[in-house]
Design a protein around this ligand. Structure first.
Ligand code: ZN
Ligand code: ZN
Length: 300
């Protein structure tokens, strides 16, 4: 069985303030038709429309930290979902202690929200289990309490084709083996264990806003994709330090230490007209880097 694609769509790639080309921070991860949002800056619902994501498929929103550029979009999304008749529950994850601020984005007018919204305070560790994957939180280093998130697909048993062929396994025997763990061919018992291997699932790690953090390296080790903020060029490192952000070079350093397959940088300061210099500085450290733009999509 071929694993299905995991799609990642960058909905907003600006930091702090939007530009004409870049909307406020939000990244969608689409797994098995379900949408998970990582941060929800102002205008996220419009970006979802623009890039063809059906908000009714939204299962959960994971908020990195309480700064308005990462949260204000919640107010619009929860209303539109209500008006469009949503019944299914929506979960919103937020650093523990900030639940009330999120609540204030939901309850401030007379719109009736006709579906449950669960606001869940996050600490480090596994915070969410979906079908076939889980999401865990890890601590970042920013001016307020901030978490990164790792989406990890469950490991799966895969048949070792040569062994199966040699033993004459074919057709419906595979599903029978998966169900019973053993089948008999010519009187001989064949167990799942001898003809399968455990394949590790794919992993996507989201880290913004933050200084370079050891926790990110740990969480991202061997990841298929690291999404890391790169607010500044290295010539503005002093700003990155004082505002607790990262330069693109620092983001690339994390990707390199964690030995990820791919790095995508995002959350660019509005002072840069384009991300080309940020990208070339990052690429000098970690070659397989891409600078995200709004609407950019990766399929893993
Ligand atoms: Zn930010
Ligand atoms: Zn921030």
């Amino acid at each position: 069985m071929m694993p299905q694609g995991i799609d990642i769509v960058f909905l907003g790639t600006a930091g702090s303030v939007p530009t004409k080309e870049r909307s406020m921070p939000s990244v969608a991860v689409i797994y098995d038709g379900s949408i998970l949002l990582f941060d929800c800056g102002e205008g996220t619902q419009i970006q979802m429309l623009k890039y063809g994501l059906n908000a009714q498929r939204l299962k959960a929103i994971f908020i990195s930290h309480i700064h308005g550029d990462h949260t204000i979009g919640i107010a619009g999304i929860v209303r539109s979902l209500a008006i469009n008749g949503r019944k299914e529950a929506l979960s919103i994850f937020v650093p523990r202690g900030s639940e009330r601020i999120i609540r204030s984005l939901i309850v401030f007018d007379r719109v009736t929200i006709g579906y449950p919204i669960n606001i869940i305070g996050v600490r480090q560790g596994t915070v969410y289990r979906g079908r076939g994957f889980s999401v865990s939180a890890f601590r970042l280093n920013h001016t307020v309490e901030t978490y990164g998130y790792a989406v990890a697909e469950d490991s799966k048993l895969r048949f070792i084709k040569e062994r199966c062929d040699r033993l004459g396994i074919r057709g419906t025997m595979y599903s029978e083996l998966e169900k019973k763990g053993i089948i008999r061919i010519n009187g001989k018992g064949i167990r799942l264990k001898g003809i399968t291997r455990l394949q590790e699932g794919r992993k996507i790690v989201y880290a913004t806003d933050t200084r370079p953090a050891a926790g990110t390296v740990r969480a991202a080790r061997g990841a298929d994709l690291l999404i890391h903020e790169a607010s500044y060029k290295s010539s503005e490192k002093a700003l990155a330090v004082s505002r607790k952000h990262s330069t693109s070079e620092e983001a690339a350093g994390i990707a390199r230490k964690a030995k990820v397959s791919k790095l995508t940088i995002t959350h660019f300061s509005a002072r840069y007209r384009d991300a080309s210099q940020l990208l070339s500085e990052a690429k000098a450290v970690f070659k397989n880097t891409i600078a995200a733009s709004d609407g950019y999509r990766i399929t893993l």
